[in-house]
Design a protein around this ligand. Structure first.
Ligand SMILES: [Zn+2]
Length: 137
């Protein structure tokens, strides 16, 4: 059985996996998710069990991985317009949370306890082309 399917991506939440699943299925590739129901029930266990696995048949794996690399998630503002980089005007801008690892989570905790919380919790945007990080006013 282990040679039938290949896990080609993992997601923290099943909503992301569902979006990618729909994209691959529109290309005629059957997609199977595992652990998505467990994680929907309790999102906090996602990291512990390795996230939602997106699997395809081994024969489809190469094509599916190629499609995955062509899917880029760029940020849109509330009106649905692409957010442009403040420095180079690129539209390749992605939202990222400042809480990305244990160290920043610790900063978050310190900020929370000391009252400087807003400084640490702000989501920021990062330009993929010039790596500038900025906020949207
Ligand atoms: Zn830029």
């Amino acid at each position: 059985m282990s040679t039938t399917f290949k896990t080609i991506a993992k997601f923290q939440y099943s909503t992301e996996a569902q979006i990618i699943k729909g994209r691959l299925e529109s290309e005629g590739i059957p997609v199977f998710l595992s652990d998505n129901f467990t994680i929907d029930t309790d999102p906090l266990v996602s990291n512990a069990i390795g996230g939602v696995k997106l699997k395809v048949y081994v024969k489809d794996a190469l094509k599916a991985q190629h499609i995955l690399t062509t899917i880029e998630k760029y940020s849109l503002d509330d009106a649905g317009n692409a957010i442009t980089c403040i420095k180079c005007n690129s539209k390749h801008v992605q939202l990222f949370s400042t809480i990305t690892d244990f160290k920043s989570f610790f900063s978050f905790l310190v900020g929370f306890l000391s009252g400087t919380l807003p400084f640490y919790t702000k989501d920021k945007y990062r330009c993929k082309d010039c790596n500038t990080e900025f906020d949207i006013k």
